[in-house]
Design a binder for this molecule. Structure first.
Ligand code: BGC
Length: 746
């Protein structure tokens, strides 16, 4: 099934340059590459990153995902003039990222100052079939005259992370008068990065090499006839000392060897191999929507493409950054975004990847235990922000207040502890849908037990009741509160599951059991009050309220912090993002439907949605609460977080969690998939505008395809054992295929 999935930029626009650099980023989970133009513009941010390659620029700094030497840049001179779209005249411009194939193409018809016209086609991709390979091709056609073309390109180590330099140049070489090799080492973490590049044109050319100021460049110069395309290909190969597929070689040798082999194949053959992998991806994981608004389909395709390229599925030592591998925002750090917002996409389409994401946490359990101990707790306290080492990576201070010159400490690593239970939740969810006994008996139980121990030691006793004090819940506009409902319920779930799974896998521990049972019976779980509201924390509902209209109009900008200090915001009923609503999303049966609606409406009215993690969660809860218009509106707004017109929304990279949440909304909101033991429950809440929704779902070894319309539910089982399906108030046994007449919510 071939469907066009193309992200198009129709005009050259300096204002959107950084944003498109993120939107059109390419990658394969091993590496990510921003869509910077080949030629230089001061407005653009070049960026290339390899999962796991972090470095600290100074002793007091936290790790940055290192911006590696650039290989995309090319300085093209035509008849002695540097090609730039800021010069001459643009007669035609279009840039397209084909999400189906991963290829980026830019086509330009350009007239130079002398009036001669040139057609330029730029193509490039990061290979999905060989994760170490990037290929680029430029085709230049002179339309009016014979012209002299010069192309200079190579490996440019002048890149920095917002000005911070992370690499020492170990060696630069040219081998066989052809292959450029740059070897670098990160200054603090000591990772080696080797980059080998071969660039060749389609006709005889004068060729020279030079290395200066951290740039290793090859320049080719040739005369091109009018009307005859000149093709120039560049193949780049990257290896690092972290790689596990070096086959006994060092990164240097591996990159040199592979560059020779791949350059011999050429751009088109390499692309075809990569496209094959992309086709398999779409065939296996695509979601198809028939909607009156075709943008819905596009937004989901965009989300799936990026979910795929942001995930280092090749190596369990790494996880997914808040901006994936598309930019340096949040320094490439890993948050709860990974387990709660992104992992389910993998769990229900390729469970093996979800397992690796959980293994990432398991491998860092010792560091989490250290953090707990340093803070006076037992068990494991996972870092709020994590990178390669597993230690806390949250920067100590927030942005400087330029009026006072002071910096405020970031409170999340000290108090945003729900990350601990989020990881436990994901481990249980993984087991529920895979029944992976081996994982649960070892990694799962270890994660659950250590996280549970943390919560048990984190409580404060007051009149016989246990509280969790001085907490930050998901809503970061209310800091240092007591009994954040989300955190308390999640902690309770965490300890309860630890107890259950330890017993199930014969790993009981009497001392732990006693303490866990005491915790479970005495931890305060805030229930709905007389007004039907679950208090977000002990004080929230008593705080003053202000009109948030002005800030809601500019949601995402954190504009409220320009008018009020953090302390002032903290003292009012203002939410940055879903908190009680987040709780309702993760525990759909916690309260009655009426109470859920009451809480959704109350808390939404007080939420600015300044976090990109907020809207889609509201969409899911609204859909389940039979509020289709509200659900669809939030979904549509969530689709615009990166894809909207705001030119600066995504300068420092895309919002990974928000992209994962679009998948969540479709499957857990609109399709309203849930599970009861081994049974699959479907109670679709399709938006009015959608006539059909088709998606794949893996559950306990079964590969399913679910097709929903407003009238029908169709479930096809491609493999795996029989399944009980609950829909339209009845139970069915699914052997191969099932068609159920169902009335949707509307
Ligand atoms: C949100 C967090 C999120 C982080 C990274 C923050 O603005 O409040 O919930 O984990 O961004 O996406």
């Amino acid at each position: 099934m071939t469907r066009k999935r193309t992200l198009t930029e129709k005009a050259f626009n300096l204002q959107y340059m950084k944003k498109y650099g993120s939107l059109m980023a390419q990658g394969n989970g091993y590496l990510g590459m921003r869509a910077a133009h080949e030629e230089a513009y001061t407005e653009q941010t070049r960026g290339m990153y390899i999962a796991g390659i972090y470095n600290k620029a100074g002793a007091a700094e936290s790790s940055d995902l290192v911006n590696l030497p650039d290989v995309a840049g090319m300085r093209i001179k035509i008849d002695g003039t540097v090609f730039s779209l800021l010069d001459g005249e643009i007669l035609y411009y279009t840039r397209q990222l084909d999400l189906s194939t991963g290829e980026l193409r830019r086509e330009i018809l350009w007239k130079n100052r002398e009036g001669a016209r040139f057609h330029l086609l730029f193509q490039r991709f990061a290979s999905k079939s060989d994760l170490h390979v990037i290929a680029a091709k430029v085709t230049i056609t002179s339309l009016d005259k014979t012209a002299e073309v010069e192309v200079a390109t190579g490996i440019d180590a002048q890149q920095t992370n917002f000005g911070k330099q992370h690499l020492t140049e170990e060696a630069v070489r040219v081998l066989d008068d052809r292959l450029m090799l740059g070897v670098y080492e990160t200054t603090e973490s000591g990772h080696k990065v080797a980059i080998a590049a071969i660039a060749e044109g389609s006709q005889e050319a004068e060729r020279s090499f030079g290395a200066k100021n951290r740039q290793l460049l090859q320049t080719v110069k040739t005369l091109i006839d009018s009307g005859k395309p000149y093709e120039f290909e560049k193949i780049t190969v990257l290896y690092t000392s972290l790689d596990r597929d070096l086959e006994g070689m060092g990164p240097e040798e591996a990159s040199v060897q592979k560059a020779g082999q791949t350059a011999a194949l050429g751009y088109n053959a390499l692309l075809a191999a990569s496209v094959g992998k992309w086709q398999a991806f779409w065939q296996q994981k695509q979601i198809s929507i028939s909607s009156a608004k075709p943008f819905d389909q596009f937004a989901l395709d965009f989300a799936l493409y990026h979910l795929e390229i942001m995930t280092p599925a090749h190596d369990e030592r790494f996880s997914i950054g808040a901006k994936g591998l598309t930019g340096e925002g949040y320094k490439g750090h890993v948050f709860w975004d990974s387990e709660i917002f992104i992992l389910p996409f993998h769990l229900f389409t390729e469970p093996e990847t979800a397992r690796k994401l959980l293994r990432y946490r398991y491998l860092k359990l010792e560091q989490a235990k250290d953090k707990a101990a340093w803070n006076g707790y037992e068990g494991a306290l996972f870092p709020w922000e994590s990178a390669l080492s597993g230690h806390e990576e949250t920067p100590e201070f927030a942005a400087i207040n330029i009026r006072t010159g002071t910096r405020q400490k970031v409170a999340s690593p000290i108090a945003e502890h729900h990350i601990v239970a989020d990881i436990a939740y994901a481990a249980v969810q993984y087991y529920e849908h895979t029944q992976d006994e081996a994982f649960m008996a070892k990694e799962g139980v270890a994660l659950l037990k250590e996280t549970a121990l943390f919560w048990i030691s984190r409580t404060t006793e007051e009149n016989g009741r246990l509280s969790l004090k001085d907490i930050i819940g998901p809503d970061e506009y209310t800091e240092h509160v007591d009994n954040n409902a989300f955190t308390n319920y999640m902690a309770h779930f965490n300890v309860k599951q630890a107890l259950a799974f330890m017993a199930r896998f014969g790993q009981e521990d009497e001392g732990f059991k006693r303490r866990a049972e005491d915790f479970l019976s005495r931890l305060y779980l805030p229930e709905a009050n007389k007004e039907g509201l679950i208090p977000q924390d002990d004080t929230f509902l008593g705080l003053p309220q202000i009109d948030l209209e002005k800030y809601k109009k500019k949601q995402g900008s954190q504009g409220i912090l320009l008018d009020y200090s953090r302390q002032e915001v903290n003292g009012m009923q203002i939410l940055k993002q879903a908190d009680v609503v987040m709780l309702l999303y993760l525990f759909p049966n916690l309260v009655s439907p009426e109470t859920a609606i009451r809480n959704l409406e109350y808390y939404e009215a007080h939420t600015i949605h300044d976090s990109s993690l907020s809207k889609a969660i509201h969409a899911i809860v609204a859909a389940r609460c039979n509020k289709p218009e509200m659900a669809y509106r939030f979904f549509q707004e969530a689709c615009l977080i990166d894809l909207g017109m705001n030119p600066s929304s995504s300068d420092e990279g895309l919002h990974s969690a928000a992209l994962g949440a679009l998948w969540l909304t479709t499957v857990f909101g609109f399709a309203n998939v849930s599970f009861e033991e081994d049974a699959l429950k479907l109670d679709p809440k399709l938006p009015e505008a959608w006539t059909e929704l088709v998606f794949p779902l893996m559950h306990r070894g079964r590969r399913l395809e679910i097709r929903l319309t407003h009238e029908n539910i169709r479930v096809v089982k491609h493999s795996g054992p029989e399944l009980c399906v609950k829909a339209a108030g009845q139970e069915f046994l699914l052997t191969d295929q099932l068609e159920i007449k169902a009335v949707s919510a509307q």
